[in-house]
Design a binder for this molecule. Structure first.
Ligand SMILES: O=C(O)CCC(=O)C(=O)O
Length: 242
């Protein structure tokens, strides 16, 4: 399969977002889901509205990654395809060095947030298992619209992520916007009027009725951590040597 990042541009998002349906095959998806599920249970961090794996490890308090390779199941085939597409070509390490695996049950989600300055401003997300809508909020309007009931105002953009798809977000979309996933058992109001990557979907038919029931969805989110401590310096870094 060959991919073309330019053809994958989400037009309303001004060159800061790209969407490729069928980025991985059904067999690759099945293998990745099996790998995600077969890690030892302590690998999972249980949060109130999702659970999470952090590869190769959590960042230190100073947002530093202790250098260590990603496991091969997170590298091949996905990072090889990123290289063909040049996804991380301008990032400092030219390849992702950190992956968060998020799992959402129906009704779960993630509050609008920004990924922050620990990372080069680019995130590449591969979706597994089921579709889900990612909501994008302008930072300012999010603050203005947020009411006393802790609602988050209306999303400025909505991106439908099909299972096996790739979504790349970078630049101003990364730095000037928040992203989140509603805690809902259905994604609603779907259609070309509201979904900014509608024309790029692999299959529109499942969503043409305007809604889809949530099922368990897993995301693999690839990033480049800016500060990396090499293993040789790790002891010193941890305060074990002067
Ligand atoms: O699961 C997703 O697609 C979004 C995850 C996310 O926002 C994050 O890891 O910061």
């Amino acid at each position: 399969m060959s991919y073309d990042l330019d053809a994958a541009r989400i037009a309303p998002l001004s060159g800061d977002a790209f969407y490729i349906s069928d980025f991985i095959s059904e067999d690759e998806e099945a293998l990745l889901m099996q790998k995600v599920q077969s890690v030892p249970l302590p690998r999972w961090t249980h949060l109130s509205h999702r659970r999470l794996q952090t590869w190769p490890s959590a960042l230190t308090k100073s947002n530093t990654l202790l250098s260590s390779p990603l496991p091969s199941w997170l590298t091949n085939p996905i990072i090889h395809r990123f290289k063909e597409l040049g996804v991380f070509a301008n990032a400092p390490h030219t390849t992702p060095n950190h992956v968060l695996v998020n799992e959402y049950q129906p009704g779960q989600g993630i509050m609008p947030h920004e990924d922050g300055a620990a990372y080069y401003p680019l995130v590449a997300t591969v979706s597994l298992g089921a579709p889900i809508v990612l909501d994008i909020y302008e930072k300012d309007s999010h603050q203005l619209d947020a009411g006393a009931d802790d609602s988050h105002g209306k999303p400025r953009f909505r991106i439908l992520q099909e299972r096996r798809s790739l979504l790349v977000m970078r630049g101003k979309l990364y730095t000037d916007f928040l992203h989140g996933i509603a805690e809902s058992t259905r994604d609603e109001d779907l259609g070309p009027h509201s979904i900014c990557n509608w024309d790029l979907l692999g299959e529109k038919a499942p969503y043409e009725g305007g809604w889809v029931v949530r099922e368990t969805r897993t995301s693999l989110t690839y990033r480049d951590v800016l500060k990396v401590a090499k293993m040789g310096n790790t002891l010193k870094f941890l305060g074990g040597a002067k």
